[in-house]
Write a protein that binds this ligand. Structure first.
Ligand code: ADP
Ligand code: MG
Length: 313
C-alpha cells in the first residue's frame, strides 16, 4: 500500500498542493471532508475548482467499507492474550493483554506503569504455552526510562536468557511528539521483517503535554493524538499485535488539565483505547489495577506486587 500524496488527487499539481498544505490540508481525507467554500477561500481558488478537488479527494481517500460480522468474528478468533505476570491482573482483563486492541495504563508518577511495560515486553518473548507471544517487541520510549537492568532481573526470575531477550526488544527514543508519530511508521516497516506482536508507547502523552500548552493548541493536540491512536490501532490489526500505551495523571489538580484522576488526551485516547486500566499504589508496596471500561469485561480491581523479580500476585 503506497501512501498517496495530495499530488495524486486529479487536478492537483505541485502549486495547488503547496497552497493546500499551507492552508493546513495536509491529508487527502481532510480534503475529502472539507466544504468547497472553505477550501476555495483558504486556498484562493474558484469554488468550482474546489469542488472538483474534493470530488477527486473522495475517490483517492481510503474511506474503507463495511465488513460482515462473520469476517470480524474470524479476525477476533486470532486474538491472543499476553500474561501480565499476575493471575489476578490477568483475570481482571479477561485473561491478559489482548491483541488487536489498545490497552491504556494510566496513573500517577511511580504507579508502576513502566514496570508493567517491562514485564509485558519480557513476557511477549516467551512461548505461547507460558502466556507469551513468542515475538519481538517494539518500545517507543519518550521519557528515557527504558532500563535493560530491569529486563535482566525479570529474565533471571523467569529462567530465560537475558541477552537473547534483550535482542528481541527494539527500543526507539522519541524526541518530540512528531518524532513519536513517525516512529509508528518505522515500527510498521520493522514488523514486515520480523514478527512483532507487542508495541509499547511509554509514555503516549508526555511530549504532547509538554509541547501543546494553552487552550489555543488543544484542538491541534487532539487531532494529532487522534491520528497517532489510529495509526497504532492499524498496527494492532495488521500484525495481530497488542498495543500498550501509558498516560500519566497529575498527583495534584492542575489548572489546565483539571481533574487529576482524568488522564490527558481525554476523549481521544479514551475512545480509541479498548481497555483502560488505572494503576495506583496500595498498602505495603502493593499496586492496584482498576479496569475502567472495557467492551466485554465488568469493571473491577486487582491487587499485584512489583518486586525485583517483576510483576507478581
Ligand atoms: P511510572 O512509570 O508509573 O511512573 P514506574 O513503573 O517507574 O512508575 O515505577 C517505579 C516504581 O517501581 C518504584 O517506585 C518501585 O516501587 C518499583 N521498582 C522499580 N524498580 C524496582 C526493583 N528493582 N525492585 C522492586 N521494585 C522496583
Ligand atoms: Mg514511567
Amino acid at each position: 500500500m503506497a501512501e498517496k500524496t495530495l499530488e495524486d488527487i486529479p487536478g492537483v499539481g505541485p502549486a495547488i498542493a503547496e497552497k493546500l498544505r499551507e492552508a493546513g490540508y495536509t491529508e487527502i481525507m481532510a480534503i475529502a471532508v472539507a466544504a468547497p467554500s472553505d477550501l476555495a477561500e483558504t486556498c484562493e481558488i474558484g469554488e468550482k475548482k474546489a469542488q472538483d478537488i474534493i470530488e477527486g479527494a473522495k475517490l483517492c481517500a481510503d474511506i474503507g467499507g463495511f465488513e460482515t460480522g462473520d469476517a470480524i468474528m474470524q479476525r477476533r478468533a486470532a486474538v491472543t492474550k499476553l500474561t501480565t505476570g499476575s493471575d489476578s491482573f490477568n483475570q481482571l482483563i479477561g485473561g491478559g493483554i489482548e491483541s488487536q486492541s489498545i490497552t491504556e495504563l494510566f496513573g500517577e508518577f511511580g504507579s508502576c506503569k513502566t514496570q508493567v511495560c517491562f514485564q509485558l515486553a519480557v513476557n511477549a518473548t516467551l512461548p505461547e504455552d507460558r502466556g507469551g507471544l513468542d515475538s519481538d517487541v517494539i518500545i517507543i520510549d519518550t521519557e528515557n526510562t527504558f532500563r535493560p537492568e530491569r529486563i535482566i532481573q525479570m529474565c533471571n526470575y523467569l529462567g530465560v536468557d537475558p541477552e537473547a531477550t534483550l535482542k528481541r526488544i527494539h527500543i526507539a527514543r522519541a524526541f518530540n511528539s512528531q518524532h513519536q508519530v513517525l516512529l509508528v511508521d518505522k515500527a510498521m516497516d520493522l514488523a514486515k521483517e520480523i514478527k512483532v506482536r507487542l508495541l509499547i508507547v511509554d509514555s503516549l502523552t508526555s511530549h504532547f503535554r509538554a509541547e501543546f500548552l494553552g487552550r489555543g493548541s488543544l484542538a491541534e493536540r487532539q487531532q494529532i493524538l487522534n491520528r497517532h491512536m489510529h495509526d497504532l490501532l492499524n498496527f494492532a490489526t495488521l500484525n495481530n499485535a497488542a498495543i500498550v500505551v501509558t498516560n500519566q495523571v497529575a498527583a495534584k489538580p492542575d489548572a489546565f488539565f483539571g481533574d487529576p484522576t482524568r488522564p490527558i488526551g481525554g476523549h481521544v485516547v479514551g475512545h480509541t483505547a479498548t481497555f483502560r486500566i488505572y494503576l495506583r499504589k496500595g498498602k505495603a508496596g502493593k499496586r492496584i489495577a482498576r479496569l475502567i471500561d472495557s467492551p466485554n469485561m465488568p469493571e473491577g480491581e486487582a491487587v499485584f506486587s512489583v518486586t525485583e523479580d517483576g510483576i507478581k500476585d
